[in-house]
Write a protein that binds this ligand. Structure first.
Ligand code: DUC
Ligand code: ZN
Ligand code: ZN
Length: 479
C-alpha cells in the first residue's frame, strides 16, 4: 500500500519546498511536483500544510519500573500518544538495577517494546561497574545497534553513577565509538538537601525543588563535561533545566568540545510556581527531576535553543497517576518523579517557538527531529524527507487550533502539565513506516508495527584508540 502526500510544502531542517511525497514499502520513494498516485494509494491532501520529518523524542520512559512503581504508559500506549502529536521515533532508556546484567536488561526492554506502534531504540544506562558491564557495552555496540550510554548522576543509593563509574564507562564508550549521555544533578548534594529540608519540617512537594537547586545541576553538568573533555568522548546532557547547566555547555562548545544539550518542552514552558499549589495532587503531578525552574531559566533555555547551544527537544515522558504520586503524601522524597508530554511536545514548541518567531520552521524541524537523528547517528534515515529515508512523516496544519487537556489526551495519565494551553498548529496526519497512523484526530495504529532502530557507532575501534594514544585533544569522528 502506498501513501501520496499531495500539495503540501515540504519543510526539512535545510529547506522548504512545494512538493508531493510518495511513500511505499515503508520508505520515501519520490519527492516532486505533480506526482501520480499508484493504483490503490491513499492520498493525503496537504494543501496549505507543512510536510515534515516525523518527530524524534530522544528521551522517554515507557513502562519504566521506578521508585517502587511502574509508569502507566507502556510502549503501546506511549508510542500511540506520540504519533497523535507527530512523533514517530522514540529513544527510550534501558536501565539496569545495580548488579543486574546490562545485556539482560537491554533484552528485557527489547521485549517490552515489541508492542510499539512506531519505531524505537534505546540508550542503555550504566548504573554499576565490573568486567561484565564493560563486555556488555561492547556487545551492545557491536551486535545490537546501541551507540549511546546513559549515566544518572543523581538517585544516590539506587541508579546513581559516581565518578569512578563515569570514568570507566566514558572510557569504554570512547573505545567503542559510542556517545555518553548524562542526567546531570549532584546526587550527594540532592540527598543531603532532601534530608535537611525534610528535617526542617518541609514534607510536601514544595520541598522537591528546594532539594534540587540549579547549582546542583550546574555542578554535575560541569563535572560530566570536564570528565568527557579529559577522556575525549562526546557527551550529550539530557534535560537541561537551568541557566547553570546551559552555561557549562555553552562554555565547553565555545572551546571546541563535542558536547550536546537537550531541553524538555516542559522546562521551556512551565515554571516552579506549580510546586506551591495548595492541592497536593497538582503539585505532586509536577514532581520530576530536574524540577521546573523559576521563569528566568526558561528565557535562558529558549536562548540556548535559538543559539544552537541546545540542539534537541524531548519530553522525559514518564507517567505516574495521582494514586502513584500519593506514595509521597507525607514525604516529598517518595513522590515518583516524572511527567508526561510526548503527545504535546511538537505542538507546544510550534506554538511558542515558531508562531512567536523564536524559531524558523526549519529550526523547528532541526530541534524536534533532525538534530537528534544526527547526534544519535540515524540521519538521514530518520529526521529527513529524502528519497530512501524511512517514511516517517508528519503533516502539519499551521492554522488548526487545539486546547490541551488531560480529559481529551491520548496519553495514559490523569494529568497534563500543559492543561488549558491553546496552541495553534498541530499534526493533522502522521505517517509511520509508510502507513497512516493518525488522521484528523483518529488513531489508526497497529500494536507491534514499530521496529527497533539500529544505531551504528560513530567511529571504528582503531580510530578511537589512535585518538586516545596520539592526540592531545581528541576529536570524535562522525561517519
Ligand atoms: N527524572 C524523572 O523525572 N523521571 C524519570 C527519571 C528522571 O531522571
Ligand atoms: Zn533524568
Ligand atoms: Zn529521563
Amino acid at each position: 500500500m502506498s501513501v501520496l502526500i499531495k500539495g503540501g510544502t515540504v519543510v526539512t531542517a535545510d529547506q522548504s519546498v512545494r512538493a508531493d511525497v510518495l511513500c511505499s514499502d515503508g520508505k520515501i520513494q519520490a519527492i516532486g511536483e505533480h506526482l501520480d498516485a499508484p493504483k490503490g494509494a491513499e492520498i493525503i491532501d496537504a494543501g496549505g500544510q507543512f510536510v515534515m520529518p516525523g518527530g524524534i523524542d530522544p528521551h522517554t520512559h515507557m513502562q519504566l519500573p521506578f521508585m517502587g512503581t511502574v509508569t502507566t504508559e507502556d510502549f503501546y500506549s506511549g508510542t500511540a500518544a506520540g504519533v497523535a502529536g507527530g512523533t514517530t521515533t522514540i529513544i527510550d532508556f534501558a536501565i539496569p538495577d545495580p548488579q543486574q546484567r546490562v545485556l539482560d536488561t537491554y533484552m528485557q526492554w527489547r521485549e517490552w517494546a515489541e508492542k510499539s506502534v512506531s519505531d524505537y531504540t534505546f540508550h542503555v544506562a550504566i548504573t554499576w561497574w565490573d568486567d561484565t558491564v564493560s563486555a556488555d557495552m561492547e556487545t551492545l555496540v557491536k551486535k545490537h545497534g546501541v551507540n549511546s550510554f546513559k549515566h544518572f548522576m543523581a538517585y544516590k543509593g539506587a541508579i546513581m553513577a559516581d565518578d569512578e563509574i563515569l570514568v570507566n564507562s566514558f572510557s569504554k564508550a570512547l573505545e567503542l565509538g559510542a556517545i555518553v549521555t548524562c542526567h546531570a544533578e549532584n546526587g550527594e548534594l540532592v540527598s543531603r538537601l532532601q534530608q535537611k529540608i525534610y528535617d526542617m519540617g518541609i514534607t510536601g512537594p514544595e520541598g522537591h525543588p528546594l532539594s534540587r537547586p540549579p547549582e546542583v545541576e550546574g555542578e554535575a553538568a560541569n563535572r560530566a563535561i570536564r570528565i568527557a573533555e579529559v577522556l575525549g568522548v562526546p557527551l550529550y546532557i539530557v534535560h537541561n533545566s537551568c541557566r547553570q547547566s546551559l552555561e557549562a555547555i555553552t562554555r565547553a562548545r565555545g572551546e571546541g568540545q563535542r558536547v550536546f544539550g537537550e531541553v524538555l518542552a516542559g522546562h521551556l514552558l512551565v515554571d516552579d510556581s506549580v510546586y506551591r499549589d495548595p492541592d497536593f495532587d497538582v503539585a505532586a503531578a509536577h514532581v520530576m527531576s530536574p524540577p521546573f525552574r523559576a521563569k528566568e531559566h526558561q528565557e535562558a533555555l529558549w536562548r540556548g535553543l535559538q543559539s544552537g547551544n541546545l540542539q534537541t527537544t524531548a519530553t522525559d515522558h514518564c507517567c505516574f497517576c495521582a494514586e502513584q504520586k500519593a506514595a509521597g503524601k507525607d514525604d516529598f522524597r517518595k513522590i515518583p518523579n516524572g511527567t508526561a508530554g510526548i503527545e504535546n511536545r511538537m505542538e507546544v514548541l510550534w506554538h511558542h517557538g515558531v508562531t512567536t518567531g523564536r524559531l524558523t520552521m526549519n529550526e523547528f524541524v532541526a530541534v524536534t527531529s533532525a538534530n537528534a537523528a544526527k547526534i544519535f547517528n540515524i540521519y538521514p534515515r530518520k529526521g529527513s524527507i529524502s528519497v530512501g529515508a524511512d517514511a516517517d512523516i508528519v503533516v502539519w496544519d499551521p492554522s488548526a487550533t487545539k486546547t490541551i487537556s488531560a480529559k481529551t489526551q491520548k496519553q495514559k495519565v490523569d494529568y497534563n502539565i500543559f492543561e488549558g494551553m491553546t496552541v495553534q498548529g498541530c499534526a493533522s496526519h502522521t505517517v509511520s513506516r509508510g502507513k497512516v497512523v493518525f488522521a484528523d484526530g483518529d488513531l489508526r495504529v497497529e500494536r507491534g508495527a514499530g521496529r527497533y532502530v539500529d544505531r551504528p557507532p560513530f567511529a571504528p575501534f582503531y580510530d578511537a584508540m589512535q585518538r586516545q594514544a596520539g592526540r592531545k585533544k581528541p576529536v570524535a569522528v562522525k561517519r
